[in-house]
Design a protein around this ligand. Structure first.
Ligand code: NAD
Length: 488
């Protein structure tokens, strides 16, 4: 085991400003790269959730977060990001080892996590209301107020970035937050607790608890003192959380899965496509909600693109993430044996249904949770592999004849997270952008955009938007104040 300054065998939860054990005991966290134990994590029970929610409620009711000038709150938010950057060299190796991702990807993720606090911290003082003319007898205006206590339920694939995404907006808008960290990657969440301390937020403003989703997570999301929920994860859990939110009449943001398609026209640049295949499906071992898991390719260049994808996949170098500090052609492990074996079984089924495994689709012969970078050709729209989010390094390539068919295939799943097109023809690109049902659309660069650009799904990919200005509005409610003038 690599031991940096921050390495510990046991990691606690953080409730009301204290690091505490979990009422449900401890849980083992594995290192996906080695398949061995990485550390133990305190596991929260319902009582821990109760304490975290109660502490957050007290902070909200104290008015600390809302009485100060927003610029001051924004500065505190930005200090969280600064803390993450200052401790990048400690956090990134831990993240690489708990999540199996390459060290490059871990550093990239921590840097992006910090960026959220900079972007939203800068906007704290820009959440302004408006005045509404009602004639000379009234003065009417609106203001934004935080909901109060925000519950934030986090997935394992980008634990730092996903927590940063919800926590930065929640705090900027003046909410106290309870983070439910993911069971598979809870370790680096510790640094959000340390960062909140460094930024001098009062105890109870940021609580970080790891608990089992179906028990502590469910208890948190059903709690009557939770005023808003931000969830990032699977469709199944999203539906359960939306139901819990509906029962308490609280709003929720759901950032769910995807099965996103890049449409490739004949005039697309092949060298650009090569780069986009590399990052679109093999970044983070394909465990990205907005991964380019399908390519929809014009029939005249179909075999050429299949060959290109095969070449990209065969050139990937797969291995233990902590040993890989460059983007290059490096890929790490999948998160767990269960996820890896599920991907293998979907690949096996695809072959039975007639799809062609051009390369990959097998596990590596070692103890880590690795899957070979995989490309499938001759994929038909109705196959499971074309419809199901695999959440692994598996690219499905489908064929189209004309524009309508390309759009129809792209839109032919239950999801609608992102979409994209590769072409030099801007009119055609705009036609696709208008017709593809997705919350974000890329022209000639997969993942183009950043913290500044709103992100979220159509269809079963969820509702509400994280990132961009839009996200802040998920964490505030509008109050209208009407004053009758001259009434005494
Ligand atoms: P998951 O739904 O299994 O778990 C997500 C979180 O929900 C975990 O913290 C889990 O403990 C918790 N949870 C589980 N059941 C719960 C319940 N009943 N009540 C409350 N909490 C509960 O998802 P996952 O496997 O961790 O993440 C992978 C999924 O996340 C993929 O579908 C991926 O596409 C999606 N994702 C989406 C985005 C996005 O921005 N749209 C980003 C990252 C991941």
């Amino acid at each position: 085991m690599i031991r940096g300054l921050a390495m510990k065998d046991y990691w606690q939860n953080y409730i009301n400003g204290k690091f505490v054990d979990g009422g449900a005991g401890v849980m083992q966290v594995d290192n996906p790269g080695t398949g061995e134990k990485f550390a133990d994590q305190a596991l929260a029970d319902n009582n821990d959730v109760e304490e975290a929610v109660s502490a957050a409620k007290k902070v909200h009711e104290s008015g600390f977060l809302t009485d100060m000038r927003p610029v001051e709150r924004g500065r505190m938010v930005k200090k969280i990001g600064a803390y993450l950057l200052e401790n990048l060299e400690e956090i990134a190796p831990l993240l690489s080892m708990e999540a199996g991702k390459t060290l490059f990807e871990a550093k990239f993720e921590v840097t992006n996590a910090a960026r959220y606090f900079e972007y939203y911290g800068n906007q704290a003082e820009t959440l302004e209301g408006r005045s509404i003319p009602l004639g000379s007898a009234y003065y009417d205006f609106t203001s934004y107020e935080p909901y109060g206590v925000s519950a934030q339920v986090i997935p394992w694939n980008f634990p730092m970035e996903m927590t940063a995404r919800s926590l930065s907006t929640g705090l900027t808008a003046g909410n106290a937050c309870v983070i439910k960290s993911p069971e598979l990657t809870p370790i680096t969440q510790y640094f959000f607790a340390k960062a909140a301390e460094a930024a001098e937020f009062p105890d109870g403003t940021v609580n970080v608890i790891c608990g089992v989703g179906g028990t502590a997570g469910e208890y948190l999301c059903s709690h009557k003192n939770i005023n808003q929920i931000a969830f990032t994860g699977s469709v199944k859990t999203g539906s359960a959380i939306a139901t819990a939110a509906a029962k308490n009449i609280v709003p929720s943001v759901l950032e769910l899965g995807g099965k996103s398609a890049g449409i490739v026209y004949q005039d697309a640049s092949m060298s650009n496509l090569r780069e986009n295949i590399r990052k679109g499906i093999f970044f983070n071992a394909g465990q990205v909600c907005s991964a380019m898991s399908r390519l929809v390719v014009h029939e005249k260049i179909y075999e050429e693109v299949v060959g290109l994808a095969e070449d990209v996949a065969k050139n990937m170098s797969v291995g233990i993430g902590i040993e890989r500090d460059e983007f290059a052609n490096n890929m790490g492990a999948m998160i767990s044996l269960k996820q890896r074996d599920r991907a293998v079984s979907i690949c096996d089924e695809a072959q039975k249904q007639g799809a062609r495994a051009v390369t990959g689709s097998r596990k590596l012969n070692n103890k880590g949770f690795f899957l070979e970078p995989t490309v499938f050709a001759n994929v038909e729209q109705n196959m499971e592999i074309a419809q199901t989010e695999i959440f692994g390094p598996v690219l499905s390539i489908l064929k189209f004849k004309d524009d309508d068919e390309a759009i129809s295939i792209s839109n032919g799943t239950d999801y609608g997270l992102v979409g994209g097109v590769f072409t030099k023809d801007l009119d055609r690109a705009m036609h696709c952008a208008q017709k593809v049902r997705a919350g974000q659309f890329f022209v000639n660069e997969w993942f183009a955009g950043g913290v500044e650009t709103p992100f979220g799904g159509y269809g079963k990919s969820g509702y509400g938007r994280e990132k961009g200005r839009e996200a802040l509005l998920n964490y505030v409610q509008t109050k209208n104040i009407a004053i009758k003038l001259g009434a005494g």
